[in-house]
Write a protein that binds this ligand. Structure first.
Ligand code: AMP
Length: 234
């Protein structure tokens, strides 16, 4: 099992445009390095599915491809961060922060918890390549395995390679008319955070056009500087 010698938890942020592979990499990183994966987009979709008060607030924004108000997102983050387990090596924030207000909010939370931001991983990808990644993205309705019907299709159409379930689903906000507003929100609100974290010498840029394994290999090299990994991955 991987472990961290100090009790102080690491705080990693995955920053990048929608479709750059944050979720895919985060799942691999969380498993390999025992990190608490906090995916704000997924957390909001779960709340929407439950029709909870947070979900009701978030729904219209998510459906339109707009950022959900930061106070709502901060509630989600606070609740999720409390779920850290003693054996976990830290937090992996996926899709948060997404604007300067949230970056400042994160700083406040970390101060309260006597934690520091360890490293931001910026998955860089030209915007024009993202549309195909998003428009053809599907996942298994049973196990959640991710595919892309154009770039990484299943062996049998509409059938999950991993669990054999028939029925791949498309996220509502991966519909073409919602993709452009999402990319616009990213450019206007989130991308400036790259310069912000570069100034703080906290960000490392990774070319997300590489293969899934190629990107993970680079991420692993960086993570190994902070955490002893469970087993060699490359
Ligand atoms: P994602 O799954 O990361 O693509 O996020 C899906 C949607 O959830 C986004 O388009 C936003 O509407 C919302 N969302 C996710 N994370 C945040 C965040 N940190 N701040 C505001 N809205 C968010």
């Amino acid at each position: 099992m991987s472990s961290n010698n100090s009790n102080k938890k690491n705080v990693f942020v995955l920053l990048g445009p929608p479709g750059s592979g944050k979720g895919t990499q985060a799942e691999k990183m969380a498993l390999e390095y025992q990190l608490l994966h906090i995916d704000t987009g997924q957390a909001l979709r779960t709340e929407i599915g439950l029709n909870s008060p947070v979900g009701q607030l978030a729904k219209s924004y998510v459906d339109k491809g707009q950022l959900v108000p930061s106070d709502v997102v901060m509630q989600v983050i606070m609740a999720a961060m409390k779920r850290i387990q003693p054996e976990q090596n830290g937090y992996l924030l996926d899709g948060f922060p997404r604007n300067k207000t949230q970056a400042d909010g994160l700083e406040n939370i970390l101060k309260q918890l006597s934690l520091e931001l360890t490293q931001v991983f910026y998955l860089s990808m030209p915007l024009e390549e993202l549309v195909d990644r998003l428009a053809f993205r599907v996942s298994c309705g049973n196990c959640g395995a991710k595919y892309n019907t154009k770039l990484n299709p299943t062996q049998v159409k509409n059938t999950c390679d991993k669990c054999g379930h028939v029925g791949l689903v498309t996220r509502k906000d991966d519909q073409v008319e919602v993709i452009q507003p999402r990319l616009k929100a990213y450019q206007e609100e989130t991308e400036p955070l790259v310069a912000h974290y570069n100034q703080l010498h906290k960000s490392v840029t990774i070319d997300a056009r590489n293969t899934i394994d190629g990107v993970f290999e680079i991420l692993s090299e960086k993570l190994n500087q902070f955490i002893a990994s469970a087993s060699p991955t490359a």
